[in-house]
Design a protein around this ligand. Structure first.
Ligand code: C2E
Ligand code: CA
Ligand code: CA
Length: 267
């Protein structure tokens, strides 16, 4: 796999797929999360679960991630022109070693400049693993990213051992509440209380709360009633190759989401 990953890097076989993020107040798609896919000539399109661990262990993730970030921002520049939606944001996942590499901030700044993208349109998603790796450095990177206008989201929030402590020590802009809390939301009152508490917690810190993995209408209803700001999940849309996205697809998703929400609000 390591050899294959090296070849894939040389052949630029990694590509960004995008999953839309819906804002519940404005009822609009406000951005996307970029998800890495590997278009393997022999095996088809692979998701990260099939290769990311090896990429991380071998350190290849740094070069793969940098190549993908470049590709993502390049395609995103074309996308927002094509859609005439300069207001859209893009969120990019970084493993700890990518986030903590010494030249991340400079590299990101350079790319934004090259593609003439406003820094406010980019955010990085990190997990608590980053903080476990090196808290001091993590704090510094967050500060430096903020200084140039890039925001930071805590991914898979709530699944770690001391999620609350991370909120105390790192000034992030968003928490992404893990799918496991959304999963049984409609039938588990404790998950519901957790969702409400996490949303209040986020708002007390003046940060945005995003719920991940919303698949069912009942989950959307529940998430909405707990004042979550934004949602993401198969109910809204599945990830799609960025090059395939067009205005018709996005309008369709937005209109369907608006119908779902008005259905909930009248129900
Ligand atoms: P993640 O950051 O938590 O991303 C969300 C995952 O949930 C994605 O899986 C997405 O396709 C999936 N998902 C979205 N909505 C739903 C839903 O409604 N139900 C269910 N069951 N799943 C949903 P994916 O694309 O396979 O990515 C897996 C993980 O790989 C990501 O988890 C992230 O940790 C990592 N990853 C993805 N892209 C990158 C990247 O460019 N760089 C790095 N370092 N890691 C990445
Ligand atoms: Ca993520
Ligand atoms: Ca996540």
């Amino acid at each position: 796999l390591e050899q294959e990953l090296r070849a894939a890097l040389a052949n630029q076989e990694f590509e960004p797929h995008l999953q839309p993020i819906l804002d519940l107040q404005s009822q609009r798609i406000v951005g996307f999360e970029a998800l890495m896919r590997w278009r393997n000539p022999a095996r088809g399109v692979l998701t990260p679960i099939e290769f990311i661990q090896v990429a991380q262990r071998t350190g290849l993730i740094i070069s793969i991630g940098m190549q993908l970030l470049r590709q993502t921002l390049k395609e995103f520049t074309a996308l927002i022109k094509r859609l005439e939606r300069a207001d859209l944001n893009i969120s990019f996942n970084l493993s700890p070693s990518e986030f903590l590499q010494p030249d991340l901030v400079k590299a990101a700044a350079r790319l934004l400049q090259e593609f003439e993208l406003p820094a406010g349109s980019l955010s990085f998603e990190i997990t608590e693993q980053v903080i476990i790796s090196d808290l001091t450095q993590a704090k510094l990177v967050v500060e430096n990213l903020h200084a140039i206008g890039i925001s930071v989201a805590l991914d898979d929030f709530g699944t770690g051992y001391s999620a609350l402590n991370y909120l105390r020590v790192l000034s992030v802009d968003t928490i992404k509440i893990d799918r496991s809390f959304v999963d049984d939301l409609e039938r588990n009152s404790r998950s519901m209380m957790m969702m409400r508490s996490l949303s209040q917690l986020a708002h007390n810190f003046k940060i945005k709360a995003v719920a991940e993995g919303v698949e069912w209408l009942e989950q959307l209803a529940s998430v909405e009633s707990h004042a979550i700001d934004q949602v993401q999940g198969y109910l809204i849309a599945r990830p799609l190759a960025m090059v395939e996205i067009d205005a018709g697809w996005l309008d369709g998703i937005e209109q369907r989401a608006q119908k779902l929400l008005s259905h909930l609000r009248f129900a």
